[in-house]
Write a protein that binds this ligand. Sequence first.
Ligand code: RB5
Length: 144
Amino acid sequence: MTKRIALSSDHAAIDLRQAVAKHIAAKDYEVVDIGPTSPESTHYPIHGKAAADLVANGECDLGIILCGTGQGIMMAANKVDGIRCGVCSDTFSAAMIRQHNNANMLSIGARVVGEGVALEIVDAFLDADFEGGRHATRVDMIEG
Ligand code: RB5
């Protein structure tokens, strides 16, 4: 089944978010891009929570969020129950947060990585699957 991917960012990552949207739409993912589109300065917690809510309530399967560093928007997303989001600047970590941590959201820093690397990070995240087993025990411990 086609996976639905929630996308959001703050003002610092609009161009990269739009590049990610185009990249994954071409791979047959359904993209739910909730903006923003204006380059005006905005507040990353609003956008992190909005995308996280879509994943937590099941409207989207996974989420990809971006801000300048990826850190602030990740912190906001992780405040939503059921969200496990990691910031990645490399493809190994992006695959591992799916395989071992069952991350349902990925965060990227648009001021940290260039577009080429960012798109490879997105692919690594989306192509990987949770391995379950001993990792499920540990993820359950995070959820409490
Ligand atoms: C915005 O200037 C910047 O603080 C934000 O994009 C992000 O890096 C926060 O974590």
